[in-house]
Design a protein around this ligand. Structure first.
Ligand code: ADP
Ligand code: MG
Length: 274
């Protein structure tokens, strides 16, 4: 049965983007670790169902994935993997492209299985596929906070704008948190955010807030290639410091969020589809 205490306390955040390869999975994995280092219990949903790879970032092997849940072959507790202390992963399973198009009942099965996990998570982080495919929109709309990753690449800018526009018009998401990744320095991150905010204010009726930026860091890139997390491998690296700062920002904003929402919204989605 649903434990309403847990539903209310879990904060759900999707990390998404208009364009691929901007660093979503890097951010999800390292943020999860940063939050756990602050004593939080974190659940990651690898929701990039076409190219799920969160497990690779943690350098672990997983057994089963979300597709086994949707098809009823396995229970959530069979596939849930503790990838670091207090960080749990629901693996997405990769290479099965048709799963990018879950139907109504499959989505419901997935949400229900997640919402009813009885483990008292502080955070649910959702790694999504990029773009505006129906499932990406759905996962984002189910999260309490949608965080969009921008990079200095102009197409990340235009694609993010398109994503927000659709989420706003179709799903009434009216607030987004921005992370700028692969920037030269903090100044460039702030500049990207400022320009993006100007355009959004002019053409869309929604609010943005800035969670911070992460520098383009060769240390991070190299460590990623070794299937390790920069935060664990080199806690003093520039990118590690930036990720910890974003983690602090998220913690600060958590205190401002009303007591409703969180996993409850996930559950509402399930009920809404009943
Ligand atoms: N801040 C950064 N500095 C250097 N390389 C980065 C940074 N963020 C991501 N990368 C690299 O960019 C590539 C894409 O990152 P990834 O997290 O897989 O993106 P996505 O999940 O959005 O597709 C990876 O090779 C990763 O190592
Ligand atoms: Mg990814």
């Amino acid at each position: 049965m649903v434990n309403s205490f847990d539903l209310y306390r879990t904060r759900t955040i999707s990390i998404t983007s208009g364009k691929g390869g901007v660093g979503k999975t890097t951010i999800v994995a390292n943020l999860a670790l940063a939050l756990s280092q602050k004593g939080k219990k974190v659940l990651i949903l690898d929701g990039d169902l076409g190219m799920a790879n969160v497990d690779i970032f943690f350098g672990v092997k997983t057994e089963g994935n979300i597709h086994d849940i949707i098809s009823g072959r396995k229970e959530m507790t069979d596939i849930l993997k503790e990838v670091a202390k207090d960080v749990f992963l629901i693996p997405g399973g990769s290479g099965v492209v048709e799963f990018n198009h879950l139907n109504h009942f499959e989505r419901r099965a997935m949400m229900e299985a997640i919402s009813t996990l009885p483990m008292g998570f502080d955070y649910l982080l959702i790694d999504t596929a990029p773009g505006i495919a129906e499932n990406v929109l759905f996962l984002n709309s189910a999260a309490q906070t949608v965080s969009v990753v921008l990079t200095p690449d102009p197409s990340s800018f235009t694609d993010a704008y398109a994503l927000m526009k659709v989420l706003n018009k179709q799903y009434r998401v009216n607030k987004f948190s921005i992370i700028c990744n692969q920037v030269r320095d903090e100044q460039e991150g702030l500049g990207i955010y400022g320009r993006f905010n100007d355009v959004v204010n002019r053409f869309l009726n929604l609010g943005l807030d800035y969670w911070g930026s992460i520098p383009n860091d060769p240390v991070l890139r190299k460590v990623n290639q070794m299937q390790r997390l920069v935060l664990r491998h080199d806690a003093g690296a520039e990118s590690s410091q930036a990720i910890r700062q974003i983690c602090n920002q998220i913690e600060k904003s958590s205190r401002q969020i009303e007591t409703t929402g969180g996993m409850q919204m996930f559950w509402d989605q399930v009920v809404g589809f009943a």
